[in-house]
Design a protein. Structure first.
Length: 424
């Protein structure tokens, strides 16, 4: 552990504080925790811009480039795969479809293991090393498990992954197995797995790496940092992203607030969170102005198939700070948006495309103006849930109309048949 700790842990619910080096995921009152820097980070915006030209692995990371704002003093323990540095993609076709003059999409599926989770995991695993931990664990529907398994393997840590049996993306399960994680299939859903992993880490010397871990959130802040750097620090009117466990929303809004306090940006963008209608407890709580009530989640967007998000209070705080909104879209809208994102040559997992479906809804409702500057976050790679893609294009996805189907065509093995097929 570093000799000098420059942060404290602060409870979101009761404001109790704890030492920055204390192994703790929740307050004694049950509230989730923030990492709060207790001294000025001592870094200027120009410095992180200069690091874009550096070849040092810490500077080339889209997280550790901002290290003074993420985890000061971590240099000797940093575990990195060059995460971040993801593309910012404009699309005239998608802008027209959602009803905007223009749109840009920050594609976090371009991270090393295929999702935004790498940004939080590089910091979570680095903190595990600083604490001297040798075992790490997480519950996951796919992306988190792949990310934790990879970073644990790099660090030489033993990794345990809890996944809901039969409800995890096959490609992500394959990644967790390939990277050497002990994978335990829980007879239940993600929320059951999440409960069990927390119970395990409370009684065993295993470091928990779900987004309830406040250091995971610190790494995910860098999505917003890098997005604004991509935009040359010109703040968009809106940033839109999907909501599942809500750690990403928490991270984004926390980071934006910190940049504004430092004077790196002159105002805060509005933030919109999009939930799947079948996994919408945060949307319901937001709409009713009430406490969040867990639901039994069901949606084709597996990455946000979460009925009891642990970070909902932090996310709520962030949305109030940014004058944000929450909406929901059904699976049909998500799948159609995915077909559009894929056909635009960008491609993303279903949960990512809730972002685009949500933008379309908010524009149609007049919440987002047609001339607004909008940046959407795509959270995961197109090759998550590939079975859904194939079923959609074959017209075999139950309950979904394949309006943009591009089905494979079987052709006889002769030139005339091929010529007829390509001319037909």
């Amino acid at each position: 552990m570093a000799d000098s700790i420059t942060w404290t842990l602060v409870c979101v619910d009761c404001a109790s504080t704890f030492p920055g080096d204390e192994l703790r995921y929740r307050c004694a009152c049950g509230g989730t925790l923030d990492v709060v820097q207790s001294v000025s980070p001592g870094i200027e915006r120009e410095t992180v811009d200069e690091r874009l030209r550096s070849r040092h692995p810490h500077d080339r990371s889209g997280v550790w480039r901002f290290r003074e704002l993420i985890l000061p003093g971590a240099d000797d323990a940093i575990v990195t795969r060059g995460e971040g540095r993801t593309g910012l993609h404009p699309s005239k076709a998608l802008a027209a479809w959602v009803g905007l003059e223009s749109i840009v999409l920050k594609h976090e599926g371009e991270n090393p293991t295929g999702s935004f989770k790498d940004r939080g995991m590089t910091v979570g695993v680095t903190q595990a090393m600083r604490l001297g931990k040798r075992r790490v664990a997480c519950a996951s529907t796919g992306n988190t498990s792949a990310s934790m398994a990879a970073y644990a393997a790099i660090a030489g840590l033993e990794a345990y992954v809890f996944v809901p049996a039969g409800k995890v993306a096959f490609g992500k399960l394959a990644q967790a197995l390939a990277y050497g994680a002990r994978t335990l299939e829980i007879e239940g859903d993600f929320d059951d797995a999440m409960t069990l992993v927390q119970e395990l880490c409370a009684v065993e010397d295993v470091y928990l790496l779900n987004s309830i871990n406040p250091f995971r959130v610190e790494g995910q802040k860098a999505i917003g940092f890098e997005l604004l750097q991509d935009l040359e620090w010109e703040v968009p009117d809106w940033i839109v992203l999907p909501g599942g466990n809500l750690g990403n929303v928490t991270a984004l809004t926390k980071g934006l607030g910190e940049l504004h306090a430092l004077g790196w940006i002159d105002r805060l963008p509005r933030v919109a969170v999009i939930q799947a209608a079948g996994a919408n407890p945060f949307y319901t709580a937001w709409t009713n102005g009430a406490e969040l009530v867990p639901v039994r989640a069901e949606t084709l967007a597996t990455a946000i198939r979460i009925g009891a998000p642990v970070s909902w209070r932090k996310a709520l705080r962030g949305l109030h700070a940014t004058n944000g909104v929450v909406t929901q879209v059904d699976d049909a809208a998500i799948v159609e948006a995915k077909a559009r994102v894929d056909a635009a040559g960008i491609g993303a997992e279903p949960a990512s495309c809730a972002t685009v479906a949500g933008i379309r809804r908010l524009v149609a409702e007049g919440v987002i103006a047609k001339d607004a500057r909008v940046a959407g976050i795509l959270t995961g790679h197109v090759l998550k849930d590939p079975g859904l893609v194939v079923d959609y294009h074959k017209g075999e996805l139950a309950g979904i109309e394949s309006t943009l189907a591009n089905a494979p065509q079987r052709v006889a093995a002769d030139l005339d048949s091929l010529r007829r097929a390509i001319s037909g």
